[in-house]
Design a binder for this molecule. Structure first.
Ligand SMILES: Cc1cc2nc3c(=O)[nH]c(=O)nc-3n(C[C@H](O)[C@H](O)[C@H](O)COP(=O)(O)OP(=O)(O)OC[C@H]3O[C@@H](n4cnc5c(N)ncnc54)[C@H](O)[C@@H]3O)c2cc1C
Length: 407
C-alpha cells in the first residue's frame, strides 16, 4: 500500500499528536502512526507542569484537563529519609491563572484524548503501525517511510516531511543517524498505579542515593508512583521480584512507604530504560525530530510533557512555513532548532546537574535543608521546574520584584 501526504508523524505521544493536530488545523494532510493500539499507558510520573496549559489552549483544548478530571498539583515536595521541603508554584502577575498549579493525569487518558482531538481535526491515525525504514529520494532527502502494519505487511507512506516523535528510544532518530546515548546517565525506571492512597496536593520526589521515587495523585483518585535508579542498582536485584526490589528502595523513603501502607497496586510494575539520550540535530532535509525523540535527560523535574508540547508547537510552525514555501525550508527548520535550543538547553543542563548532584547524599541533604530553611527559594526552584519562567529571566532585576510580589 502506498499513500502520499504532506506530513507523516511517527509516534502518537504528546509530541506527535500535538504536532499532527496543529498541522491538520492549518490545513495540511497529516498521517499519524503509532506502533501501539490506543488507549495505551506510558511509563511516566504523569505530572503536567503548569506551562502545559497554554500549549493545550493554543490547540483548542483549554478545558481538556478539567474534562479528564486531572488532579490539581500546587507544588512539589522534596524529601530525603531525614528532611523534607515543599515549594509552591508561584503565579507571577503577567503569567495567567494557569500558572498557579500543575496537573496529575494518567497517560492512557491524556494521550488518548490528544489523539482523538487530532483525528477530529482531520488527521489519519494508523494504530499498530511500527516504523520500519525511511524512504529517500534521489538526492538523499527523506521522502517518506515504511511502516509495519498489524498483519505484518509493509505500508509505504510518501511524505514531504517525516516527523520522528517516537519517544526516547526513537527508531526514526536512529535511522537518521542522529541519536547518541548519554552513557553516564544510565537510569532505568519502574512505574505503577495505586489505589487507596490519600490524595496529596503536591507532587512528591523522594530522593535516594543516585535515584528517586516520584509520586503524584492523578485523575480518578489514583496515585502514580515511579522509581528511577541507575542500572547498577537494578543489577543488584538478583532474583528478587520487582515488589521486593521496590521495598528495598522504600527503606530510605519512609514518608512514601508510610503513604503506600495499605494501598493496592493496580497492575504489575512497568519498566523502561535506559533514559539518557541526545541527538546531534533535530532536523535534516525531509525529516525532523520532536519530544523525547529529539533528546531526553530525566524525569526528576517532571518537564518532559511540557518539552513535548513546546517542541510540537515550534516544529509545526516551522513545518507549515516549509510546506508553504519549500525554498525557505532550510531556514524554517534551522529556526526550529534554534528556538528549541534557546528554550530547552538551560533546562536540560539543569536536569543534568541535578542528576550529578543526586549521586552525593551530602549535596542532597544540604540542598533540601536549605530549601526547607528558605521557603521563597523552594518556591523559586519549583516555579522554575513548572516552566512558567525561564532561567534566563533570573538575570533581570524586574523579575525579582515580580517574584517577590507573586502569589
Ligand atoms: C519514569 C518516568 C517518569 C516521567 N515523569 C514525567 C512527569 O511526571 N512529567 C513529565 O512531564 N514528564 C515525565 N516523564 C517524561 C515524559 O514521559 C516524556 O518526556 C514524554 O512522554 C515525551 O512525549 P513524546 O510524545 O516525545 O514521547 P512518548 O510519550 O514516549 O510517545 C512516543 C510514542 O511513539 C510510539 N512509538 C515508539 N516507537 C515507535 C515505532 N518504532 N513506530 C511507531 N511508533 C512508535 C510509542 O508507542 C509512543 O506512543 C517521565 C518519563 C519517565 C521515563
Amino acid at each position: 500500500v502506498s499513500t502520499d501526504v504532506d506530513v507523516l508523524v511517527v509516534g502518537a505521544g504528546p509530541a506527535g499528536a500535538a504536532t499532527a493536530l496543529q498541522l491538520a488545523r492549518d490545513g495540511f494532510d497529516v498521517t499519524l502512526a503509532d506502533k501501539k493500539a490506543f488507549p495505551r499507558g506510558k511509563p511516566c510520573g504523569e505530572f503536567l507542569s503548569p506551562e502545559c496549559l497554554p500549549y493545550l489552549r493554543a490547540l483548542g483544548l483549554e478545558d481538556l484537563l478539567t474534562r479528564l478530571g486531572a488532579w490539581r498539583v500546587r507544588g512539589m515536595r522534596l524529601s530525603t529519609a531525614a528532611v523534607a521541603s515543599e515549594g509552591r508554584f508561584r503565579r507571577l502577575p503577567d503569567r495567567g491563572e494557569h500558572a498557579a498549579h500543575g496537573y496529575g493525569v494518567r497517560r492512557e487518558v491524556f494521550d488518548d484524548a490528544l489523539v482523538r482531538a487530532a483525528i477530529a481535526a482531520g488527521v489519519r491515525f494508523l494504530p499498530r503501525h511500527a516504523f520500519d525504514a525511511l524512504s529517500l529520494d534521489d538526492g538523499g532527502a527523506v521522502a517518506g517511510a515504511a511502516l509495519r502494519g498489524p498483519d505484518g505487511a509493509l505500508v509505504h507512506v510518501g511524505a514531504r516531511w517525516v516527523v520522528g516523535a517516537d519517544g526516547v528510544h526513537s527508531a526514526v532518530a536512529r535511522a537518521l543517524g542522529l541519536q547518541r546515548r548519554i552513557r553516564w546517565l544510565d537510569q532505568f525506571a519502574l512505574t505503577a498505579h495505586y489505589r487507596g492512597v490519600e490524595r496529596f496536593p503536591a507532587a512528591e520526589v523522594h530522593l535516594l542515593r543516585g535515584g528517586f521515587f516520584a509520586a503524584t495523585t492523578v485523575d480518578s483518585g489514583i496515585y502514580s508512583v515511579n522509581l528511577v535508579v541507575p542500572r547498577t542498582a537494578l543489577q543488584q536485584r538478583g532474583t528478587a521480584t520487582w515488589d521486593a526490589f521496590v521495598h528495598t528502595q522504600l527503606v530510605t523513603a519512609p514518608a512514601l512507604a508510610a503513604r503506600l501502607g495499605g494501598a493496592t497496586r493496580l497492575a504489575p510494575w512497568r519498566g523502561v530504560g535506559p533514559l539518557g539520550f541526545t541527538t546531534t540535530a533535530p532536523a535534516v532535509p525531509g525529516a525532523a525530530l520532536v519530544g523525547d525523540a529529539a533528546g531526553y535527560v530525566d524525569p526528576l523535574t517532571g518537564e518532559g510533557i511540557y518539552f513535548a508540547l513546546f517542541g510540537a508547537r515550534q516544529l509545526a510552525d516551522s513545518l507549515a512555513q516549509a510546506l508553504h514555501r519549500p525554498a525557505a525550508a532550510t531556514a524554517a527548520l534551522t529556526d526550529y532548532a534554534r528556538r528549541r535550543r534557546s528554550e530547552l538547553a538551560p533546562r536540560l543542563f539543569a536536569a543534568r546537574v541535578l542528576q550529578r548532584g543526586l549521586r552525593h547524599p551530602w549535596i542532597v541533604r544540604t540542598v533540601v535543608r536549605a530549601l526547607q530553611r528558605w521557603p521563597a527559594v523552594a518556591d523559586l526552584v519549583v516555579t522554575l521546574t513548572g516552566d512558567t519562567i525561564h532561567p534566563r529571566e533570573l538575570l533581570r532585576p524586574s523579575f525579582w520584584r515580580a517574584f517577590g510580589a507573586a502569589t
